[in-house]
Write a protein that binds this ligand. Structure first.
Ligand code: SF4
Length: 327
């Protein structure tokens, strides 16, 4: 039972932890076009600090933790951290989101050490466009990573596709074909504004447009999901895989939000698009007790807004870059 309840009665059970701001890809919608100042190693929470904070959150009712980045596998000895986190009492699910470039060699190890649910970010099935979008010729390593993840048999395997008008919306049906014979969920994510990520409202491919395009070729059946689920899920006739939509711009889901975030440098973010944050790291290093950390977490949640503002207002906010939050 979560005691992390905000002023709108939302129970928080899901913590997203960014373990690094580093990445080996350069996706234009994630890294600000004016560059980023990478955090120094000592600015990042170390594994003992991360585990301590995770333990405190779990005692408050968090039962799912997702590791994100940057690219989490850029964090040295990540598997060691996973092995430290997975036995935490009360933690039902340990999940991760990766760009899969380093997955081929690590998929089984991640599973063996406790990762149950894996999401892979991939925005193109074409090598040339992948290189255009990410600035790196790593398409084959990502496809190899997806294969390794399928073979490792995670509880769930999902592909996250940020869909951008004029960039990759012509591949929507290709992604649906791609998962025909695989138990993979492909999730189309509406393009969201973060600091200097070239976001414009007319580059958002909305849920309505996505659904019309796919339903024009495939027979879709809605799948019931948990109230706090971010995605709208659909089964596809004749497919093993399923398709989903994350619609924070055209049909937001803030009323049932159960998520809270921890940045790699130890700040609690109560909402993805709400800039104010509470830094735990400095207080921890100054000797704060668990009880004091609990108070800071609860204070952060008390500040949480009811919902994110309209898209254009978000675009004007002085918020962190996507790579510094981890989505
Ligand atoms: S925008 Fe904030 S409140 Fe809304 S779903 Fe995302 S994290 Fe939750």
């Amino acid at each position: 039972m979560s005691s992390l309840v905000d002023s709108f009665g939302r129970k928080h059970t899901y913590l997203r932890i960014s373990v690094t701001d580093k990445c080996n890809l350069r996706c234009f919608y994630c890294i600000p076009h004016d560059g980023i100042v990478w955090k120094r190693r000592e600015e990042l929470l170390d594994f003992d600090e991360l585990t301590r904070v995770a333990r405190i959150f779990a005692a408050l009712g968090i039962d799912k933790i997702r590791l994100t980045g940057g690219e989490p596998m850029m964090r040295k000895d990540l598997v060691k951290l996973i092995a430290m986190l997975s036995p935490i009492p009360g933690l039902r699910t340990l999940a991760m989101t990766t760009n899969a470039t380093l997955l081929k060699e690590n998929a089984r190890l991640l599973k063996q050490n406790g990762i149950k649910q894996l999401n892979i970010s991939i925005d193109s099935l074409r090598r040339d466009r992948f290189q255009q979008l990410t600035g790196r010729d790593e398409h084959q390593s990502v496809l190899d990573g997806i294969k390794a993840a399928i073979d490792a048999e995670f509880e769930t395997l999902k592909l996250n596709v940020v869909t951008i008008a004029g960039v990759n919306e012509d591949e929507i049906l290709d992604f649906v074909h791609f998962i025909k014979d695989e138990s993979i969920n492909v999730r189309f994510i509406e393009f969201m504004p973060f600091r200097n990520n070239n976001w414009q409202i007319d580059r958002v491919v909305t849920y309505k447009e996505l659904l019309e395009k796919i339903a024009g070729e495939f027979e879709l059946t809605p799948i019931d999901t948990e109230p706090s689920a971010v995605a709208k899920d659909f089964a596809i006739k004749g497919h093993r895989g399923t398709v989903s939509f994350i619609t924070s711009m055209s049909d937001s889901f803030c009323s049932t939000c159960n998520r809270i975030r921890l940045t790699a440098d130890g700040s609690v973010k109560s909402c993805l698009f709400y800039p104010p944050e509470i830094n735990l790291r400095d207080r921890m290093r100054a000797g704060a007790s668990d009880a004091e950390i609990v108070e800071m977490i609860k204070y952060s949640l008390a500040l949480k807004p009811e919902a994110h503002p309209p898209a254009e207002e978000i675009a004007a906010l002085e918020n962190r870059a996507m790579i510094e939050i981890g989505g």
